[in-house]
Design a protein. Structure first.
Length: 182
């Protein structure tokens, strides 16, 4: 049985949220693991039908806890990329709860076949969470990204729809569809 997770919701990012988004991604504990976009790049993402830019909030409030970016929504192979997951309140279960909501959104609502991401190889906290949540290591791209002014190697992890369904059958995922707001 799953331990109760902090109740959160996802909603579409608005232009008024972009100051929070930039502050979150450039915070010292995040900037070495997360690509840095300008406000204009985030603003363009809000208008792009191939991108889902969402804010993570508690169900009982409007305080922003983080944000996520999914790309490849129009991909004909139904392969969606978790481009960015940034949580500002670390160690409280919000990252895990967000991942579980995203998996439901990607596999149930968007009917994706594959959900994938890349993560810096030295981001042990994130890599451990992804492993615990059922993501499978597919390989490493050596010195493939420029992050924080340095070349970084990233691990490619993915989950297939059949693997997600198996986790649901084993009781390792949410029992009911979480609330996803527009």
């Amino acid at each position: 049985m799953l331990k109760e997770l902090n109740p959160i919701r996802l909603r579409a990012t608005r232009a008024a949220d972009l100051d929070f988004v930039q502050t979150a991604e450039s915070a010292p504990e995040n900037r070495m693991f997360v690509g840095q976009w300008t406000v204009d790049e985030h603003r363009l993402a809000l208008l792009n039908s191939d991108i889902s830019h969402q804010i993570v909030e508690p169900v009982s409030g409007s305080q922003s806890l983080g944000y996520v970016i999914l790309t490849g929504l129009n991909n004909s192979a139904r392969s969606i990329n978790l481009r960015r997951l940034v949580i500002v309140a670390k160690g409280q279960g919000y990252g895990r709860a967000t991942l579980r909501m995203l998996k439901r959104q990607v596999f149930w609502e968007r009917q994706a076949h594959r959900f994938w991401l890349d993560v810096k190889v030295d981001n042990q906290r994130a890599r451990q969470l992804y492993r615990q949540e059922g993501w499978v290591l597919e390989g490493v791209l050596r010195e493939a990204h420029l992050i924080g002014g340095e070349m970084a190697s990233v691990a490619i992890l993915a989950m297939l729809a059949m693997e997600y369904r198996a986790r649901v059958a084993e009781g390792l995922e949410f029992d009911s569809l979480p609330k996803v707001l527009d």
